[in-house]
Design a protein around this ligand. Structure first.
Ligand code: 6PG
Length: 243
């Protein structure tokens, strides 16, 4: 846990989504630079956030200068129900008018190792990071109930220190290959928002917030922006075991 960490606790998940959506509106309207690069999380948690943005706030975000990336993606075709890209299309992209060129999909249908290298290069080129660390304006992360984040799982903690911008991970239970951003890219973001709701995440949240020994085995514990801000957006259920 870094001292710059902010923890925001809301009564329920809907209020979490609303808070994050309003923060994104403020960030994108305040930002002076032309492009605003956001790396999105996958799984189920972002669905509520995307629905909130699609239904209530889509006209308040300057999509023409927003670039959408993914913090991780399953190595499946974009039409697959497991695809984080498909989930984002269903809940957000199909409801907004964002230039196609601003959507930086991980090509889950390609060879994982090749795609990890390709996505790493796309990040480097688009974020003008040649020779430097790429800087995302915002990375939204989820938390698995095993303490993983993006697709860095506890049994693959070494991926946190992987030298490339992206690496190939493997889901410990299903063996599903995934492409994930690595630790140095994650921690180089201007800001990182954890979006974590539900009682099933409370144990891991408490381990990380209470900074106990068990936390040190959790990839999410090592999310600590070098220069940026870290904000945990939690509902009361996910925060229920924090001391
Ligand atoms: C993924 C995610 C992953 C997710 C957590 C939480 O591709 O699955 O990016 O890191 O954020 O597993 O998933 P839920 O939001 O579904 O609980």
């Amino acid at each position: 846990m870094t001292q710059e960490t902010e923890v925001k606790i809301f009564k329920n998940s809907k209020k979490v989504y609303n808070a994050i959506a309003k923060s994104i509106i403020k960030l994108t309207s305040d930002s002076k630079q032309h492009d605003f690069n956001i790396a999105l999380s996958g799984g189920n948690s972002p669905k509520g956030l995307f629905q909130k943005i699609s239904s209530k706030y889509k006209d308040e975000i300057p999509w023409e200068r927003i670039h959408l990336w993914w913090g991780d993606e399953r190595c499946v075709p974009p039409s697959d129900e497991q695809s984080n890209y498909k989930m984002t299309v269903d809940y957000l992209i199909s409801h907004i008018s964002i230039p196609e060129k601003n959507i930086h999909r991980v090509r889950g249908e390609e060879d994982p190792e090749q795609e990890a290298l390709r996505y790493s290069k796309e990040i480097e080129d688009t974020l003008n990071a040649r020779g430097k660390e790429p800087v995302f304006d915002l990375i939204i992360l989820g938390l698995g109930d095993d303490g993983h984040t993006a697709s860095i799982f506890p049994d693959q903690l070494e991926l946190f220190d992987h030298p490339e911008n992206c690496a190939v991970a493997e889901h410990p239970l299903t063996g599903q290959k995934r492409i994930t951003l690595t630790g140095h890219v994650l921690n180089n973001a201007n800001r990182i928002y954890f979006l974590v709701t539900g009682e099933n995440k409370a144990l891991r949240v408490s381990e990380i917030m209470n900074d106990n020994e068990a936390a040190k085995l959790l990839p999410a514990y090592y999310i600590s922006p070098v220069n940026g801000d870290l904000v945990w957006f939690l509902d009361e259920a996910a925060a229920s075991l924090i001391d």
